[in-house]
Design a protein around this ligand. Structure first.
Ligand SMILES: Cc1cc2nc3c(=O)[nH]c(=O)nc-3n(C[C@H](O)[C@H](O)[C@H](O)COP(=O)(O)OP(=O)(O)OC[C@H]3O[C@@H](n4cnc5c(N)ncnc54)[C@H](O)[C@@H]3O)c2cc1C
Length: 487
């Protein structure tokens, strides 16, 4: 939390909610930050490319450093105000979910979808598509945006809403990855929380049964007579997969804490029920970056004991990966030991629930790096952008259809490069398989599509008009160049 934000004591009870608008950072501080941003845009010579100068990132694509001038986003990382009566918040776009949740939870409220990694920003999650275990009922983060201010590529500050002059930008901003403009402020819906989440870890030894259960729970919102408010899962092997069903509870007895010596993902295999405070539930995956902290030895009890808890966070692990990507120390040691080279496979893909078991079988036969994270999602039945017609694709740059259940499968790590194969081949194979199973990929990581295939999947019929209207001089990269051209 920055110095201009107020410090508040957690309340976590809707009965204790204070009335109406609470100023956190305040509109004046926000205006001053936007003025700095606009001044920095104007200081960039015409014709030169523009990019964000942002401290944190969750991207895995390498960025082309030093080729463009960064926009000054200082002071754009806080919550402006919270309206507890309307259950909305005005939030600066570079505000991390960690800061956002810290500001809303004391009022018994949270964003409708809170991505698992603390340093993901609201702007990043809306333009780059976040997801979490509430996505089967609340859709994706952009579906709870009421309006957003955007500094467009051509230097105008516009407010985009579901209707009106910039409705095209409102619909095209999700999955545009900052290629049409940068959000500066978003007004979002919030939902009431209860103090804790009770978990049931349900084991499946058959992938078809697993996928069928996801389909059922995603629409019925209950399982064996008990309501389900949160749903995600982990696949350890074809015969060992779990769905974790979360339900709100006021019961604060017997709480678990996975910020210490235990890891959350192992607990899924070890116990069938559990309970976490809502705060700890929201960040359950951040402490060990799902399970990826193992690569740094952070799950070895002897190492973990001495690894300071404040450094067991996804952004610390992400930075360690960044160092390896830059210097390739592990790769050099492997080469020296005669081990095969390794390819980075970091992908989140979305399959229709009806094709999920087939994809998982293909993956486990052909990749087969485990565990995998599963998270179902459905576009919201009704939200700020209205009620989409079943089968329609309401967000112009991302291929999700209303009324359809999808399953996000996330897998993050490295695989050995087999003899005769080259780096990138496994990612290409996965990309092709995902398409064969009627799925698509998130674009935050490596992508290899040819231009025609890419635009057929990601809104090629809508993008040129948006680009022309909001970034006619091409001050920002084009989406294909950014997502596939490794920038
Ligand atoms: C290993 C891994 C796992 C992931 N797992 C999850 C997950 O489980 N759940 C989940 O929700 N998401 C996940 N993501 C995806 C993540 O939500 C997106 O990559 C998101 O865009 C990251 O947001 P950020 O704020 O860190 O943005 P950055 O990484 O800084 O930027 C991402 C892109 O968004 C653009 N951008 C950033 N801010 C703005 C803005 N204000 N306006 C316009 N464009 C902007 C940048 O230019 C860039 O192209 C994962 C990513 C990785 C790498």
């Amino acid at each position: 939390m920055t110095s201009t934000q107020t410090t508040v004591t957690p309340v976590l009870s809707t009965s204790a909610v204070p009335p109406v608008i609470t100023l956190v950072r305040g509109a004046q501080a926000h205006r001053a930050a936007v003025d700095r941003l606009l001044a920095s845009y104007r200081a960039i010579p015409a014709g030169q490319r523009v990019r964000l100068a942002k401290r944190t990132s969750n991207l895995f694509r390498a960025r082309a450093e030093g080729t463009t001038t960064g926009l000054d986003v200082s002071g754009l990382d806080g919550v402006i105000s919270i309206d507890t009566a309307a259950r909305t918040a005005d939030v600066q776009a570079m505000c991390t979910y960690e800061s956002l949740v810290a500001a809303t939870l004391p009022y018994g409220l949270m964003p409708l979808v809170v991505p698992q990694l603390k340093t993901i920003t609201l702007g990043g999650a809306v333009t780059g598509l976040g997801i979490e275990s509430s996505s089967f009922r609340n859709g994706l983060p952009h579906e709870s945006v009421l309006e957003l201010d955007i500094l467009t590529g051509d230097g105008n500050l516009v407010t985009a809403r579901p209707t009106g002059d910039h409705a095209d930008l409102f619909r095209g901003f999700p999955n545009s990855y900052g290629t049409l403009g940068y959000a500066t402020r978003l007004r979002i819906e919030l939902e009431p929380v209860r103090p804790a989440v009770a978990l049931r870890h349900v084991r499946f030894s058959d992938l078809d049964e697993l996928a069928a259960a996801i389909g059922t729970i995603s629409t019925a919102r209950e399982w064996e007579g008990t309501g389900v408010d949160f749903l995600d899962g982990v696949v350890f092997s074809a015969s060992e997969a779990y769905l974790t069903l979360g339900a709100w509870t006021d019961d604060l007895s017997d709480l678990s804490d996975y910020t210490g010596q235990e890891t959350f993902y192992r607990s899924i295999q070890q116990r069938s029920t559990d309970k976490l405070t809502i705060h700890d539930y929201l960040w359950r995956w951040d402490t060990d970056w799902f399970w990826c902290s193992a690569a740094f030895g952070a799950q070895n009890p002897k190492v973990r004991k001495y690894w300071p808890a404040r450094f067991r966070r996804s952004d610390v692990f992400h930075r360690l990966v960044g160092v390896e990507m830059k210097y390739g120390v592990v790769a050099k040691v492997d080469q020296w030991r005669g081990k095969p080279g390794r390819e980075r496979v970091i992908q989140d893909v979305e399959l229709p629930v009806t094709r999920t078991a087939d994809f998982l079988r293909w993956y486990l036969d052909n990749v087969p790096m485990t565990p995998l994270w599963l998270c179902p999602l459905r576009l919201r039945e009704s939200g700020p952008a209205g009620t989409p017609e079943a089968g329609s694709q309401p967000w112009s740059l991302y291929p999700l259809k209303a009324g359809q259940t999808y399953v996000n499968a996330g897998f993050w790590g490295t695989v050995a490069i087999e003899p005769g194969q080259a780096e990138g081949d496994k990612n290409r194979e996965i990309e092709a398989a995902v398409a064969d199973f009627d799925g698509h990929k998130s674009l935050y990581s490596d992508a290899y599509y040819d231009e025609e295939t890419f635009w057929a999947a990601y809104g090629g019929q809508n993008y040129p008009a948006l680009k022309q209207r909001y970034d006619g001089d091409g001050r920002l990269l084009d989406l294909y160049a950014k997502a596939v051209g490794r920038r």
